[in-house]
Design a protein around this ligand. Sequence first.
Ligand SMILES: [Zn+2]
Length: 263
Amino acid sequence: MARFLGSIQTKEMNQQLKILIQLSHLDARMEVISTRLQEIPNRLEDQHRQNQSLKENIEKIRNSIDELTARRRKAERDIENSQNLLDRYKKQALEVKTNREYSAIMSEIDSTQEKISELEEEFLLSLDAMEENTTRLSSLEKELDESRPQMMELEKTLSAEQVSLKDESEELDENRRGLTTQLDPTTLSRYEKTRNHSNSSAVVQVEGGICRGCFVNLPPQLVSKVHIGEELQRCPNCARFLYAPSQEEAGESEAGSIKDNGD
Ligand SMILES: [Zn+2]
């Protein structure tokens, strides 16, 4: 618990206030832990989803490579058939007797040649697409291969973090019970109510006459009572418990551990 005491100073500081400060630091830490514990499963879920989508993309590309292969083979067969047909027409052209027959066969030859050009174009296009897909496939497969050890590492790190946060949380729970039994019930109930209401720390510093919880100017008389620190004082605007930072804390209050959250 020593770290929650930090540099809280004065000997004359109200004992209840001291406990409240410790409690608020402890609760702030518990809040961080609980947020992180909720984040961890989401983080893993994200990673699984990314992996899954990678696998799905690989599957899609494999399917499209299969389709392209089939298209290419069909184009090859069609080219061969049309080529045979063309050879036959060319032989027939040598044997025709009339002009009419000759021009009919020439027109067949022209249209078959045209068809062969189209098929050759189709063949080349499927080759290009095939090359593109193969490159893409190998890059995705590489990505998937590399993601496996990363995934395992992440799972290991996150589950270790989970265990350590749960341990810390249990320890804090126990410390919290110890602290709350030292508070008088009215103060504890006010603390809990303010904390739930403000959704942030219920114990805040006064700095430059301002409540660091709601950033309202406090009456000078109240500020001086807070600095004396003998009685519990609360902000008339946000009801948070108030305390004066020690000199060290005043210097670093901007980065202080108490969550500032104006209402
Ligand atoms: Zn306030």
